[in-house]
Design a protein around this ligand. Structure first.
Ligand SMILES: NC(=O)c1ccc[n+]([C@@H]2O[C@H](COP(=O)([O-])OP(=O)(O)OC[C@H]3O[C@@H](n4cnc5c(N)ncnc54)[C@H](OP(=O)(O)O)[C@@H]3O)[C@@H](O)[C@H]2O)c1
Length: 334
């Protein structure tokens, strides 16, 4: 037997498994061909990655797209590129820093003043495994941006979403919620040693709990809300991880890794599916793994935790004193 047979067959098996795994994780394109002419989409973190690809596809489908980003140079450049590629001129860059409650309020106010409707809100922006950074208001960066920022933004836009009903809210969660745990005693990592992985998982579990509680509070309004794991996508999300920082990882491991993961265009398909597809009409409070509905982790089904997280989040972002966050309708509750 040639000495090359074993290494060649091992290599073949690895590549074969990689391709099968990639196909499994990819999930394909959104099956719906629906267009969204006359509809307005607000999408956060749309200057790169999944958000930019989602904005582009929804612009292609005729929507009026408001891209909420913290870096206006990158946002203007992305909006210009999307306008050029789709020939849809209704693609706008707008300043939104989810690490600042003030910026979120200014962004929401601008939308409320200037937009006649909001048909789709895609809470897409995210930060993963950054150092122990704090937001402008002193929250842990991952909890603050991924959960609290979107919690406030959504609540501030609810009246607009209700006026535009049927309308949809989409929360980009992650498979990472499976190992997430909400530490109600120390949401912002002030009492225990900071663990950046656990902080990301906590924030993504918060996205799923928020989705369920909001769906409950929006019953009967015509506004639906769902959470989605987009799959494993080649974006800048890993910018704070070792993978992006070491030369070995970026030059040797990265090309292999990219065989396994999908492009931002494919990574955007689940968000597009939830935003436009006919099958999603009336669906709410659900969790999607790419484009398939799945039951989330048991801790994401804990109604008491979802309610508690809502109450604490309202207080932290200052909605409680304004009485502005969505209430549970006692009639809809049954
Ligand atoms: N990629 C994956 O495999 C994967 C898997 C599961 C879930 N997700 C989720 O998918 C979503 C999109 O991630 P991605 O993979 O496209 O990552 P990405 O390429 O890093 O894009 C993240 C976006 O969020 C923005 N952002 C970060 N902090 C912000 C802030 N304070 N205010 C406003 N915008 C901010 C970023 O803006 P800057 O460019 O200015 O930083 C960027 O536009 C995230 O919620 C992520 O958790 C991704």
């Amino acid at each position: 037997m040639s000495r090359y047979v074993l290494p060649v067959s091992v290599f073949g098996t690895v590549v074969g498994c990689a391709v099968l795994l990639k196909n499994h994780m990819t999930g394909g394109r959104c099956p719906s061909k629906a267009t969204i002419n006359g509809k307005t989409v607000v999408i956060t973190g749309a200057n790169t990655g999944i958000g930019k690809a989602t904005a582009r596809e929804l612009a292609q489908r005729g929507g009026r797209i408001i891209m909420g980003c913290r870096d206006m140079e990158k946002c203007e450049a992305a909006a210009k590129e999307i306008r050029g590629k789709t020939l849809n001129h209704h693609v706008y860059a707008c300043r939104l820093d989810l690490a600042s409650l003030k910026s979120i309020r200014e962004f929401a106010e601008k939308i409320k003043q200037e937009e006649q409707r909001v048909d789709v809100l895609i809470n897409n922006a995210g930060v993963m495994r950054c150092p122990a950074w704090k937001t402008e208001d002193g929250f842990d960066m991952q909890f603050g941006v991924n959960h609290l920022g979107h919690f406030l933004l959504t609540n501030l836009l609810l009246d607009k979403l209700k006026e535009s009903a049927p309308s949809r809210v989409i929360n980009l969660a992650s498979l990472a919620h499976l190992v997430g745990k909400i530490d109600f005693e120390d949401l912002n990592w002030e009492k225990k040693k900071f663990d950046t992985k656990r902080a990301y998982c906590q924030s993504k579990l918060a996205n799923v709990l928020f989705t369920r509680e909001l769906a409950k509070r929006l019953q009967g309004t015509g506004v639906t809300v769902n959470a989605v794991h987009p799959g494993i996508v080649a974006t800048e999300l890993g910018r704070h991880t070792g993978m992006h920082q070491s030369t070995f990882s970026s030059s040797i491991l990265s090309p292999f890794f990219s065989m396994l993961v999908k492009s931002p265009e494919l990574g955007a398909q689940p968000s597009v599916y939830l935003a436009v597809s006919e099958e999603m009409e009336g669906m709410t409070g659900r969790y999607y793994d790419v484009m398939t509905e799945k039951e989330p982790a048991p801790q994401a089904l804990d109604e008491e935790a979802a309610h508690r997280l809502w109450e604490i989040s309202s207080r932290l972002v200052g909605l409680e004193e304004e009485g502005q966050s969505a209430k549970v309708d006692p009639l809809a509750e049954g």
